[in-house]
Design a protein around this ligand. Structure first.
Ligand SMILES: [Zn+2]
Length: 249
């Protein structure tokens, strides 16, 4: 690290848990962030400010006026622009040293596998089950840890799925792909503005811990938040031996 970097990251370097080595790990890391909306906004902002060396953002959408209530990486002046371009501008204003790659696309299965294979950590900031399952399959196949977040109305959830250990649950262990869930997306439902900030910031914290090699991750726990009462519930999760994605079959 040069003098500028030592200053920029000094409050990380001062932490016993991170220090020079942990910060070097962050600078060498590549985070794949899928979705540049409500969750992707705080995720990308914190990963960039904290010095993740390379951030790849994937989103095929444009900034809309209805996004600005909660998608804090975007601005009024950038309504109509691709979200990945808008987000990239914000990230580089905070930290011009980060390499930000914006991919304006909806990644399919093959594309996800290619993108995930080069990532240190993957952050699922999307809002539909089909994409969540595709991201999970790619992460299990590549052995890359996945930090998953979801937020709708006043309810949020966050979890880490780390297939590297071979012992922790994957997304499909908890939410079987053949099970029918009511698809509720922010695009049609209400969502409390700071809820995506709270959940996205927990996702960023877990991704930074994984990339720096700090502490114990959320793996094998699902955190649920009811923002009405601001009550957090931690549920122990277990790997499903019959899981179609990570099970033996
Ligand atoms: Zn599984």
């Amino acid at each position: 690290m040069n003098d500028q970097q030592l200053q920029r990251y000094s409050r990380h370097i001062l932490l016993d848990e991170i220090g020079i080595d942990g910060q070097e790990n962050l600078l060498a890391a590549h985070a794949l962030v899928i979705g540049a909306g409500g969750l992707g906004s705080p995720v990308a902002l914190y990963l960039a400010s904290a010095g993740i060396g390379k951030i790849t953002l994937v989103d095929d959408d444009d900034v809309d006026l209805t996004n600005l209530q909660r998608q804090i990486v975007h601005t009024t002046a950038r309504v109509g622009q691709p979200k990945v371009d808008s987000a990239k501008q914000s990230l580089l204003q905070i930290n011009p040293e980060v390499s930000v790659i914006g991919l304006r696309e909806r990644a399919d299965e093959d594309r996800l596998r290619a993108l995930v294979s080069s990532a240190t950590v993957v952050l699922d900031c999307t809002d539909n089950f089909a994409t969540r399952h595709a991201i999970n399959r790619a992460c299990v196949a590549a052995g890359v840890p996945l930090v998953s977040g979801a937020a709708i109305r006043m309810d949020g959830q966050v979890a880490v799925f780390d297939s590297r250990s071979g012992e922790t649950a994957c997304y499909a262990c908890l939410f079987p792909p053949d099970q029918q869930f009511d698809e509720v997306a922010c695009s049609t439902m209400g969502v409390f503005a700071p809820l995506v900030g709270i959940i996205g910031t927990v996702q960023a914290a877990e991704a930074l811990k994984l990339a720096a090699g700090v502490g114990e991750s959320l793996a094998n726990r699902l955190l649920l938040l009811d923002a009405r009462s601001m009550e957090w519930t931690s549920i122990r999760t277990k790997r499903n031996a019959d899981c179609p994605v990570c099970g033996k079959a």
